[in-house]
Design a protein around this ligand. Structure first.
Ligand code: ASP
Length: 582
């Protein structure tokens, strides 16, 4: 038997018992006549003691040769520790070793296996199996397990069935490129890996499964932005015979359950906001509502006053930064440079200091008097002592810029407290989104999303204005889930494909299976999918999803540990009908 207990279990009431432990050598301290070893496993650390007077000689010798990360098995008696260590649960005891077996030796690890390691990100990724031995990563993986367990418990209790859907499929359009897999048995043909199980879960509804979920890998070949993974995990869900309200309530329930069970946080009813309102008040469809700094639109009070920058702008909009009047001129200049960086792209920033005596001092005093500025303060909700930051320009751009500034300032002001949880439903998303590049409308969510039925006629006259029964769940400024009520009849689906620029032949070729299914009694249905990696990271109070994935890819989409993607040999290429004939 390798072990009778683990390295995290023994306490002072075990003193006197004889135990066997197995684990890794965290560190050794050799005083010559006495050697201490910290033995580590998943459950904790237990101190071993080898003592010249009480330990057999050959064991003493072999203890001297133990290196970091050696795998050993020891047997010995639990004794009281002379100097106790209150910082670990096993700190009252140690093991007086009488038997020692070296199960495996180890090379010196390339970085320290400590909570704070000296290893850089790349090195840790390359030796991920060593990184997983460290507490922070290990705890994150255990935490992830707890979250998924609670998801499975809650949804199962609510009557959902977990069904697996295939990975070797045909394109599911979620707005990214597909990863494709060549087929050896079908020359020149390819599978696509699912961007999501969207069409399959809809087919499960046609199949009468009623309430489906799956914790499932999805694959999207996107240009990698920071903290995106080409393969990621969704909690994918679908329900039949539901309206939007039913879906929102069900998954509000799931989210509340997770916040309660995982974080011990009770949240009342989640607020809701339409997409338009979110854009207007926060310049963003996933606003962080843990703090205020809401947008104040200033067109009415800032235009037609000889300041042409504002007069020519589609939108003039500002936020009040709490206590911002404290900023020095230099700090404000830095802020202005911050918004002018190419990543943000503002042309400049107008500011107003709200002085303690109730007066205002702005960077555009030439054009605006105290009365004008008082109106700006009112619209942005600024108090004395605040700083109003104002941007102007084209509506969509300026909103994105000010939203970025709002988040940056909130971060600096410490308003994004990871222990506060502020969920929010954003509803009534537009059905379509104009794409400048292709000069056509795209589905904002995906092509299976139902327009609000009463707005279908608008599709002909003002397609951009049509709203969908589509919703996102936002948590602390992150989209953690998104879904919609689906189209469930063939005519509407065909019409949608038409609007999205598919010819009837293309639609049939790509989605004929779904349209056919709709002809065999498809129930009304809708659903949602949560991004599990991000959800877990946020619940864990962190932002980096990589730290919650056992074997993540780096920012270039590579697995640097196994070195993938990699070349394959000519033979294999040929078999897959991919070889280039010379
Ligand atoms: N399939 C969608 C997605 O991956 C989610 C949904 O509509 O349920 O975003």
């Amino acid at each position: 038997m390798y072990r009778t207990t683990t390295c995290g279990a023994l306490r002072s009431n075990d003193i006197g018992s004889v135990v066997t432990l197995s684990g890794w050598v965290q560190k050794t301290r050799d005083k010559g006549f006495m050697i201490w070893v910290d033995l580590r496993d998943r459950y904790g650390i237990t101190q071993l003691i080898f003592d010249e007077d009480r330990t057999p000689k050959e064991i003493m010798e072999s203890a001297k040769n133990l290196g970091r990360e050696y795998v050993i098995q020891v047997t010995g008696k639990v004794i009281e520790r002379a100097s106790k260590n209150p910082s670990i649960p096993t700190g009252d005891i140690e093991i007086l070793v009488t038997e020692l077996i070296v199960l495996n030796q180890a090379k010196t690890p390339p970085f320290t296996i400590e909570n704070e390691t000296d290893g850089g990100e790349d090195l840790r990724m390359k030796y991920r199996y060593l990184d997983i031995r460290r507490n922070p990563i290990k705890e994150n993986l255990i935490f992830r397990h707890k979250v998924t367990l609670e998801v499975r418990k809650y949804l199962s209790y609510e009557g959902f069935i977990e069904v697996e859907t295939p990975y070797l499929i045909k394109s599911t359009p979620e707005g990214a490129r597909d990863f494709v897999v060549p087929s050896r048995m079908n020359a020149g043909q390819f599978y696509a890996l699912p961007q999501s199980p969207q069409t399959f879960k809809q087919l499960l509804m046609v199949g009468g499964m009623d309430k489906y979920f799956q914790i499932v890998k999805c694959f999207r070949d996107e240009d990698l932005r920071a903290d995106r993974q080409p393969e990621f995990t969704q909690i994918d869900c679908e329900m039949a015979f539901v309206e939007q309200e039913d879906v929102l309530n069900t998954f509000e329930g799931l989210t509340k359950h997770l916040l309660k069970e995982i974080k011990g946080v009770a949240v009342e009813k989640f607020p809701r906001m339409t997409y338009n309102e979110a854009m207007q008040r926060y310049g963003n469809d996933k606003p962080d509502i843990r703090f205020g700094m809401e947008f104040g639109e200033l067109n009415d009070v800032a235009q037609h006053k000889n300041f042409n920058v504002f007069n020519n702008a589609e939108l003039v909009v500002g936020i009040a930064v709490p206590g911002g009047n404290n900023y020095s001129r230099k700090e404000i200049d830095k802020l202005i440079n911050w918004v002018k960086r190419p990543q943000i792209g503002a042309l400049g920033m107008v500011y107003v200091r709200c002085n303690e005596d109730g007066s205002y001092k702005s960077s555009v005093d030439k054009f605006y008097n105290q009365e004008d500025l008082a109106k700006w303060a009112e619209k942005t909700g600024a108090n004395t002592g605040d700083l109003i930051c104002v941007l102007s320009g084209e509506k969509d751009k300026v909103r994105a810029q000010l939203s970025a500034l709002r988040m940056e300032l909130a971060e600096r002001l410490g308003l994004r407290n990871p222990n506060v949880f502020a969920p929010l439903w954003v509803v009534d998303f537009p059905l379509l989104e104009w794409d400048e590049e292709t000069q056509r409308y795209h589905a904002m969510h995906h092509p299976f999303t139902s327009p609000k039925p009463e707005q279908i006629p608008l599709l002909k006259t003002n397609p951009g204005a049509v709203k969908a029964n589509a919703y996102d769940l936002v948590l602390n400024g992150n989209e953690i889930g998104g879904g919609s009520i689906r189209i469930h009849d063939k005519q509407t689906q065909a019409m949608m494909f038409d609007y999205l620029g598919f010819t009837p032949e293309e639609a049939k070729e790509q989605f004929g299976f779904l349209m056919n299914a709709f002809e065999y009694g498809a129930p009304p249905h809708g659903g949602i999918a949560f991004g599990l990696d991000r959800l877990v990271a946020i619940l864990g109070g962190q932002e980096t999803i990589r730290d919650f994935i056992a074997f993540p890819k780096n920012n270039s989409g590579r697995d640097v540990m196994i070195d993938a993607p990699a070349k394959i040999d000519q033979e294999q290429l040929k078999e897959l009908h991919l070889s280039i004939e010379k």
